[in-house]
Design a protein around this ligand. Structure first.
Ligand code: ZN
Length: 463
């Protein structure tokens, strides 16, 4: 039985590989995304009518009033003015006529396996892969309930996020759609390495593969990208500068050469994957943009030249400008070492000013919070900081919906409320265009036509 299963899987994989050979990167990306979708059920798809008092569909900066969204199976079938909608007697109706309805939100920078109460460095030697897996199961559910129906996980153990994505797609556990990366690829001694301990100290699951994380030189970078693709990642994450929460490196210093980053970007794109680069310092950001990386994570110390380059190349900035408050507060209580506190003080405040400059310059912005640095489920707190530092409310919300869907290459499926897309729909009480804090209290969550939370219309939920 087991042998048969293995053979069937091999045949399916071979067919997929054959289909993906000779494809343009964009087509390979589509084929890859399609392969991740769960198979449609054979029963006649259920129809649900959602009455929306106010609809912010994220295709414009304003509301539509009093509309009916028709959901068939897992997708949106039609959207019509409330007065003209034909609702059959006995049909399933979700009444959100007193609420504001929006697309499910997207966070492009999360670590679902990370806990925000684990800042003491001793944890690096105490945790097991199970620690990360259990945390991810809980955090995935919490994130979905907060109204985030899609997230990109950008850095976890090999290959936890891939398994998490598969278990959610299978319906075995509850969570958002997960765009999965492997470990963030790092140079020796870089942001992803275990630095400044005795050479006799190591924590390694796959020493022969350097945990699918540490790579030096173009050939090793090429290998680790290919190996990550082999184990099913959707996106590549690479660490192009030092970081705040690592030991013995500086956020300002470039890590990897331009040539190494170029190899990583080319390999990722050849496999139909996007690539995200962690980068705080200006030179590292420049290298990453010129190498063809799709998004710059953090972008804290970007200079004017970086901002112009990002505009020219259409590179997204994915800036986690909320978590500074947490790192310089609670995280210290949880044992964040002084070295990391000092580094956060160096980049945190400047990052918010950089954000403002990038917004004014018209750089493409995605929504990423580094959830896991602060507690999962509080992702929407970042909207307040975004509005404080130069975005309008509709602009901030579209960053977390339409733009983020574009960055992750899933605009055909998620990011706006439009006919043909997944019915990933949330609702809040109040007016988020006047007050973005109402997004911190999402009362209704539907993902793929299934209701997971409803404190507004009283629909039974999937548990
Ligand atoms: Zn991160």
């Amino acid at each position: 039985m087991k042998i048969k299963l293995v053979v069937a899987t091999m045949l399916a994989a071979a067919a997929l590989c054959a289909a993906q050979q000779n494809m343009e990167p964009a087509k390979a990306q589509e084929a890859h995304a399609a392969a991740e979708r769960p198979a449609a059920s054979k029963a006649a798809p259920a129809i649900t009518y959602i009455r929306a008092g106010k609809l912010f569909d994220a295709t414009s900066d304003s509301y539509r009033e009093n509309v009916v969204i028709v959901v068939e199976g897992d997708r949106i079938k039609s959207i019509a003015p409330g007065g003209s909608a034909q609702i059959a007697a006995g049909a399933k109706v979700i009444d959100l006529s007193k609420a504001t309805v929006l697309p499910g939100m997207i966070d492009c920078h999360t670590h679902l396996g990370a806990r925000a109460d684990r800042y003491n460095p001793i944890n690096a030697f105490k945790e097991t892969p199970y620690t990360e897996g259990f945390a991810a199961e809980k955090n995935a559910r919490t994130t979905l309930m907060a109204g985030f129906t899609t997230v990109r996980d950008v850095g976890s153990g090999p290959f936890m996020a891939v398994d998490l994505r598969n278990s959610i797609n299978e319906g075995f556990i509850i969570g958002p759609r997960v765009v999965a990366s492997g470990p963030g690829i790092s140079i020796t001694g870089g942001h992803g390495d275990l630095n400044n301990y005795s050479p006799e100290t190591s924590v390694s699951l796959f020493p022969a593969e350097r945990d699918y994380q540490i790579a030096d030189g173009a050939d090793q970078v090429r290998h680790v990208v290919r190996a990550q693709v082999k184990y099913g990642v959707d996106v590549i994450k690479i660490l192009a500068t030092g970081g705040v929460l690592s030991k013995g490196d500086s956020p300002d210093a470039p890590q990897f050469t331009y040539e190494e980053l170029k190899v990583a970007a080319d390999e990722a794109h050849m496999a139909g994957r996007k690539i995200a680069a962690h980068a705080h310092g200006a030179q590292g950001i420049k290298n990453a943009i010129l190498a063809g990386i799709d998004s710059i994570e953090h972008a804290s110390l970007a200079d004017d030249e970086d901002i112009q380059l990002a505009k020219q190349h259409g590179t997204y900035f994915d800036m986690d400008i909320y978590n500074d408050d947490y790192l310089l507060g609670k995280a210290i209580e949880f044992g964040l070492p002084q070295e990391n506190v000092d580094k956060e003080k160096m980049v945190g405040r400047i990052q918010r000013e950089t954000f403002q400059k990038a917004v004014q310059a018209g750089v493409k912005m995605a929504f990423g919070t580094d959830a896991g640095v602060y507690p999962h489920g509080e992702n929407a707190r970042q909207f307040v900081t975004m509005v404080k530092f130069g975005m309008t409310a509709p602009q901030a919300i579209r960053t977390a919906t339409q733009n983020s869907a574009d960055l992750i290459g899933r605009s055909k499926d998620v990011g706006t409320i439009e006919v043909g897309k997944y019915a990933d729909i949330i609702a809040v009480t109040g007016d988020p265009l006047q007050d973005v804090t109402v997004l911190q209290n999402v009362g209704f969550v539907m993902k793929g036509g299934v209701v997971y939370k409803d404190r507004l219309a009283g629909t039974p939920v999937a548990e």
